[in-house]
Design a protein around this ligand. Sequence first.
Ligand SMILES: [Zn+2]
Length: 149
Amino acid sequence: MMSGIRSKNTKPELLVRYGLHALGLRYRIHYHKLYGKPDLVFPRYKTVVFVHGCFWHGHNCHLFKLPSTNTSFWETKIAKNQRNDKKNIDLLLAAGWKVIVVWECVLKRSKMIPSLILHLAEIIKTGSYSNFIELTSAKTTSIEEQSNG
Ligand SMILES: [Zn+2]
């Protein structure tokens, strides 16, 4: 069960990086000065991209399943990761960054990757309609920034 999680034949983050680079986008990686150390930072577009592993970040998808051993340990750990993710995204949005989360599951369908990368590049370059976007295997979701009222 756990054996598959760490072994990476195709590292999701590298797929995204190489794909965007091939399209001419330039970025910083693991930029430690920003909240949550985003995987890719596009200063020119004031946009950050996180590539999230569905297990570690507790994605609600088919790739996520709590291990049957040490279940409460994993539950606690992943819940903590989710809290941190949310906090970091909120801080980035508040600081005027646009945030894109690419979930690992969307990168599992290799046929879809080229169009996904194109879509991603488009979002970054055009400065999309939404400040927070998640790309998942289920569908492309965009969530308008909520104003508290
Ligand atoms: Zn997922």
